[in-house]
Design a protein. Structure first.
Length: 317
């Protein structure tokens, strides 16, 4: 049985990855310090013999006894609310945590896939974003702690590949959504669903003309699985190129939820908020034979079913 270490295992993406690799017959070693993760996401796995969990901060050291075949590095705060509240932890997990895991990969002769992000492109001047684009990032802006942590993650990963010959894979993740997202995550989809279900104003920043491209979590997990098992070591975009403005996206949520009290409200655009996000996915299509399968309409229906169970609606007195 292949053994895989998954960091950030109790998080949104990490927990779905644990499920997938259990399903594929792997022994999964989950690791998370629960800074933003939630044990409820993985509690269904604890009865399984092929799952074990370490509550551990990978920025200190990483030790896992026995053989490890693969490592998936998905530990990091991932929303603006999180990394503005925890800027140093965000930098440390991208730098020290990645360094520690690359050391484990080297020592165990394991293949490691690291989770980078579309944020390495910053507020892009190239659209859609291709992997060869170097980005337009403000290193000292409010988002810089996350952007630069991920850019460093990519750089040190390539250094270990080139200098030590470590088997590495790099994924650049675009906006992903689905069940197990945190209600108070701060990103647009959990915010919109929570506000719509409660009958509040859906907060649109700026005039809502900025765009995003949303990929359903099952599609992303399939892309990660294929990239890990591929022979390609350079960065690969995984995302859904179906681009939509935030205003249009808010209107879709309003229609789906159907709460007559909810409506769009507008606030000032945060500093350095990207104006456009759309992945160029030709590499994923050609190298991995991957492209998204779940439409936004279908993915939003599935995600709405989840949010209906976790969003608390205040009682009317």
């Amino acid at each position: 049985m292949k053994r895989i270490l998954i960091t950030g295992a109790a998080g949104f993406l990490g927990s779905h990855l644990c499920d997938r690799f259990i399903k594929e017959g792997y022994h999964v070693i989950g690791m998370d310090n629960l800074l933003t993760g939630n044990m409820a996401n993985i509690e269904h796995l604890f009865p399984l013999k092929q799952f074990e969990f370490y509550n551990h901060d990978i920025t200190t050291y990483v030790h896992v006894p026995g053989r490890i075949d693969y490592i998936l590095h998905f530990a990091s705060p991932a929303s603006p609310i999180d990394y503005l509240k925890m800027p140093i932890q965000t930098m440390k997990v991208g730098a020290l945590g990645t360094h520690n895991l690359l050391g484990v990969a080297k020592d165990k002769n394991a293949r490691i896939l690291v989770a980078s992000t579309s944020e390495v492109y910053g507020d892009p001047l190239v659209h859609p974003q291709v992997e060869e684009y170097w980005g337009n990032v403000n290193p000292i802006g409010p988002r810089g702690v996350y952007d630069e942590a991920k850019r460093f993650l990519e750089a040190i990963t390539m250094a270990y590949h080139n200098y030590h010959g470590v088997e590495t894979r790099i994924i650049r993740i675009f906006n992903t959504y689905g069940p197990r997202m945190r209600v108070n995550d701060g990103r647009v989809l959990p915010a919109f669903f929570s506000q719509a279900i409660r009958g509040e104003g859906l907060t649109v920043f700026g005039d809502g003309s900025q765009t995003r491209s949303f990929c359903y979590v099952d599609d992303l997990v399939e892309g990660i699985y294929r990239l890990l098992l591929s022979d390609y070591h350079l960065p690969v975009n995984i995302g859904n190129p179906d681009e939509i403005t935030i205003k249009e996206f808010g209107e879709e949520i309003l229609t789906l939820v159907g709460n007559p009290k909810a409506k769009l409200i507008y606030k000032d655009l945060p500093k350095d908020d990207p104006k456009q996000r759309k992945p160029h996915i030709e590499k994923a299509q050609k190298i991995l034979g991957w492209e998204p399968k779940v439409s936004r309409a279908e993915g939003l229906k599935r995600t709405y079913e989840y949010f209906k169970t976790v969003v608390q609606v205040p009682e009317v007195v």
